[in-house]
Structures are given as C-alpha cells and as structure tokens.
Design a protein around this ligand. Structure first.
Ligand SMILES: *Cc1c(COP(=O)(O)O)cnc(C)c1O
Length: 370
C-alpha cells in the first residue's frame, strides 16, 4: 500500500556530489576495511558529538553487540542486562547475541523513558545485573541521565546507551546525546533522522573500548595471528561512509526543519493529546503522540491510515509481548509500559514536510472524539 504521506521520506545527498565521491572510491581501489571515507566519517562523527572516538558500524544492531562484548567480554546467560521493553527489539536481541539475558525495566509515563526508580530497586535487590542498556527512546535524551550514571557507578557496572534514533539530540543540560555513560550507539538506518541507508556508530571517550570494538567488527583478527576472540564482520563500507560525510554537511538544516515540523504538531494538537517530555530536544525521528486512551489511539491510527497517512504505533507490541522475549525476566511490574503502549500513535516527520501534510495529520486527529 502506498501512502500520500509516507512514514519516512529521507533526504539523501545531491547526486552530483556523490558522483565525485564514487569516482574517488573507484580510483583509490579501496572499498571497505577502514578506508579513507570511513576514517574521515568516524572522525567527523566523533567531532560532531564531542567524544574522543567514534567507531562506525554496518548497522546499530551489530554496534550494540560489539559494545556489549567490548564492555563485558563473553556473556553468561545467568548474567542480566537491564533494558526497557518499551523499545525496538534490536537492543534485547543484541543482549542475547552477546550471550546475556535481558531483564526488562518499566518506563515512566511522562517521557516514556526507562524508570530510574525501578532500576534502583532492581540493582539493590539483585547481584546478577552486569550492565544497564539504557534506551534513549525516540532519540530523547533521558532527563535523569546524571542519576543513571550515578547508579551505574555506585554498582560498578557499565552504563551503555542505545540512542539509535538520537543523532543530533541533546540532553536537558544541553550536552549532546552521544556523550553520556560508557558509550552510546547511533543508527544511520534510512528511518532515522541522520540517514545513510544502513549504518551505525558508537561514540565513547574510552580508547580501549573503541579498539576492542574495532577488532570485534573485523573478525577479532590480529595480523599474523588470526582470530583472537569471537568477532564478526561489522565494518562500514566506503560508499555509505561517503554518504554519511555528505549528510553531515547539511545536517544542521535538516535538524532545524524536523524540529519545526514538531513545533507545528505541538501547536495544533487538541486537548488531552500529548507528546513525550523532552521530544523537543530530540532530532525528531518521528512524532509519537500520546492519546487520551486506547480507543482514541485505535481510532486515530485507523483514521490516519484511511486518510493516506502512514501512521504507526511505536512501540507496540512492546518487546516482552513478542514471542522471542515473552519468557525474559522482568525487574518489576511493566504496568506503565503496557498502559502506554496502548496509547501511542506515531506520525510522520519529514525534513521540509509540506504544511498540507502536517495539516492533514492534525485534521484527522481533530476528528477523533471519545
Ligand atoms: C533503529 C533502532 C535500532 C536498530 O538500528 P539498525 O541500524 O537498524 O540496526 C536499535 N535500537 C533502536 C532503539 C532503534 O530505534
């Protein structure tokens, strides 16, 4: 089915500029394995975020696996990693692939972000939590980030952060998302605000962690020795790296435009409907709206789709309701996760989105009554 207003509409670099990059790559005869475009893109990502290092990856899911392995070494099933269920399943899947067990934590209702109070209780009561995989859900920098860092430090465990949709977002104190915890992970998938197609990066100030991840993404090979640990292939190739470099040149304008679209949605939304706290500090991957109740959420979704708007419900079903993860342990009740998953409706945000498309979304939502 095609929609008048698709969920995503990535703006990719001007093809004339990319032709030059493509010709550079062909003439250098260097297509992947830490080539000049990838090296420049990694440096530019670190420079933009303000960390000492950035390791680019073929996608964020493999970056998450590399980060968990790099921070903790080979996993043990008896060892848990705290992670929200209200997120994309890639984080919990990466935990499993790295050999650990996800332990689901609830969210708070205002920002839909992981609940720090439940995390405190879980870490006080259990001694089998090896790390926290905080998710900056919807790319929104957690408003309690300093408390999360203090909690991890108090228990001597790493704070790893899945900020997949948050390249360009800021924390409440104005510092960039990408600078907190031991490391943060970004996705550059076509659906994200900073899109190159498939790609990802981990930003960190820990050079040892960066070099472990670089080894992991290159089969854990060492020259003359071969595989020194369990690695895989997670390297970013030259063509997507070249796209990333071009995207960075115009990213500030893209960010500005996405935030303006959000501002229009906020100005036009009806009483009883809301947005997660902090969304205005994000790079606005899409706009998740919180409906007054489930029935109006359901009506909103079906009416939007009927009106040609590709709306979705992020994140529903939540991860602990998905078959793969239905048996995973929980840190406590997931009552807020379940309640809020029934009330979310996610609407498109495009760079330079047509005012008529924004108006169509708002008009449809305006017709939804109890
Ligand atoms: C998109 C996303 C991912 C996966 O990113 P890929 O680059 O597609 O692997 C992981 N976590 C969250 C929260 C995401 O939104």
């Amino acid at each position: 089915m095609s929609f008048d207003v698709p969920f995503i509409l990535p703006v990719l670099p001007d093809s004339a500029r990319l032709v030059e990059d493509y010709e550079d790559i062909i003439s250098s005869n260097w297509f992947t394995n830490f080539g000049p475009k990838e090296r420049a893109f990694s440096a530019a990502v670190a420079g933009r975020i303000g960390t000492s290092g950035a390791v680019t990856f073929t996608n964020a899911t493999i970056a998450l696996m590399g980060l968990i392995r790099g921070a903790l070494g080979p996993g043990e099933r008896a060892s848990h990693i705290l992670v929200p269920s209200f997120t994309f399943a890639a984080g919990p899947a990466a935990i499993e692939w790295a050999g650990f067990t996800p332990l689901f934590v609830d969210i708070e209702p205002e920002g839909l972000q992981p609940d720090i109070d439940q995390a405190y209780t879980a870490l006080d009561r259990r001694d089998d939590i090896a790390a926290i995989l905080l998710c900056n859900t919807f790319g929104i920098g957690n408003s309690a980030i300093a408390r999360w860092e203090a909690l991890a430090e108090q228990h001597g465990i790493p704070l790893l952060i899945d900020s997949a949709a948050g390249f360009g977002s800021d924390y409440a104190d104005g510092s960039p998302v990408g600078t907190a915890g031991l490391a943060e992970v970004f996705s550059f998938h076509a659906t994200k605000p900073f899109a190159i197609g498939e790609g990802g990066a981990v930003t960190t100030d820990d050079p040892r962690l960066a070099s472990t991840m670089t080894s992991f993404q290159n089969f854990a090979f060492e020259p003359g020795i071969g595989a020194t640990a369990l690695g895989l292939n997670g390297k970013l190739a030259e063509i997507p790296a070249a796209i990333g470099l071009r995207q960075l040149e115009r990213f500030d304008a893209a960010l500005h435009s996405r935030r303006e679209v959000l501002a229009r949605y906020r100005a036009g939304i009806g009483d009883g409907w809301g947005f997660p706290d902090g969304i205005e500090r994000s790079s606005v991957c899409f706009a998740t709206i919180i409906a007054p109740d489930r029935s109006r959420r359901d009506t909103a979704l079906s009416s939007l789709v009927a009106a040609g708007v590709e709306a979705r419900a992020y994140y529903a079903p939540v991860v602990h309701r998905q078959p793969m993860f239905s048996d995973a342990p929980r840190a406590g009740t997931l009552a807020v996760t379940e309640a809020m998953a029934d009330r979310v409706v996610s609407v498109p945000v495009h760079e330079s989105m047509a005012p008529a498309a924004i108006g169509r979304v708002l008009d449809v939502l305006g017709t939804v009554t109890a």
